[in-house]
Design a protein around this ligand. Structure first.
Ligand code: MF3
Ligand code: CO
Length: 251
């Protein structure tokens, strides 16, 4: 069942989104070459605590961190680690889901370290544009497939791959709610969108094949099967009568 948020819930979603967005604002100056992904996770944990926000990933099926940090060929669910030292040219995708007063915000952004290849920069910017195109379809009376196909079209037009095995999701008092929001699909098909729905839209895109594999050791980290680069961006979006409202952007 897809939950419709009332006025109070919508305001709470806006509040948690704004708070998470300001945390990400600070991340861009925090993340530098030489630090580890575990350093970033610890910093985020402190920030969430200070803000009174509750991590939705720590304790989730035994996951032990407040963020997922995926570097280069890692697509999503990268596990922060003391041995994972960031270096020149890395693309670092940080994903955080946290709640404030019972309502969640889910957000991911890529951070580019030092001299990043033009191809990596293009991959990241196409992911960002694809997300924006998807979000622009999150309007009342549209169908879920309008969001999915807008993302897919933008990515494939640029010659990149769309990951099939993972998707965006409804969000609210829980991190994951119905519906599932694939990043590929057919315009005009699927669930009809209504005011008060809330979605985490998150294109996961690849430089080469869209096939991915899960790390056998940690059971979490998702990597491209061919070892090529991946990008991931995510925003939390409310479907409102006057159009999509992105809770996780402060602009
Ligand atoms: N923020 C991630 C999402 O978009 C949550 C990953 S769940 C984890 O769904 F526990 F694996 F981290
Ligand atoms: Co998500």
């Amino acid at each position: 069942m897809v939950k419709i948020k009332n006025k109070v819930a919508i305001q709470k979603m806006k509040n948690s989104g704004k708070m998470l967005a300001s945390l990400f604002d600070q991340l861009s100056s925090l993340i530098v070459i030489g630090m580890t992904t575990a350093d970033i996770d610890r910093w985020i944990e402190k920030q969430l605590e200070q803000k009174g926000m509750v991590s939705q990933t720590k304790g989730y099926y035994g996951y032990r961190h407040v963020s997922c940090i995926a570097v280069n060929d890692e697509v999503v669910h990268g596990v922060p680690h003391d041995r994972s030292v960031l270096k020149n040219g890395d693309i670092v995708k940080v994903d955080v889901c946290a709640s404030f007063k019972g309502y969640c915000a889910d957000m991911a952004r890529p951070f580019l370290l030092g001299d990043v290849s033009p191809e990596a920069m293009k991959l990241v910017s196409v992911a960002q544009v694809a997300l924006d195109k998807g979000i622009s379809q999150a309007i009342v009376e549209n169908r879920l497939g309008d969001i999915s196909s807008a993302v897919q079209y933008e990515v494939e037009k640029n010659g990149f791959g769309i990951v099939r095995d993972f998707a965006g999701h409804g969000i609210g008092s829980s991190m994951h709610e119905a519906p599932n929001i694939p990043n590929y699909g057919i315009a005009g098909k699927g669930l009809k969108l209504m005011a008060g729905m809330a979605f985490a839209i998150e294109p996961m895109i690849t430089q080469g094949s869209y096939k991915v594999k899960i790390d056998k050791q940690d059971g979490w980290t998702v990597r491209t099967a061919d070892g090529l680069l991946a990008a991931h961006v995510e925003d939390t979006v409310l479907v409102l009568d006057d159009g999509p409202f992105i809770t996780t952007r402060n602009v």
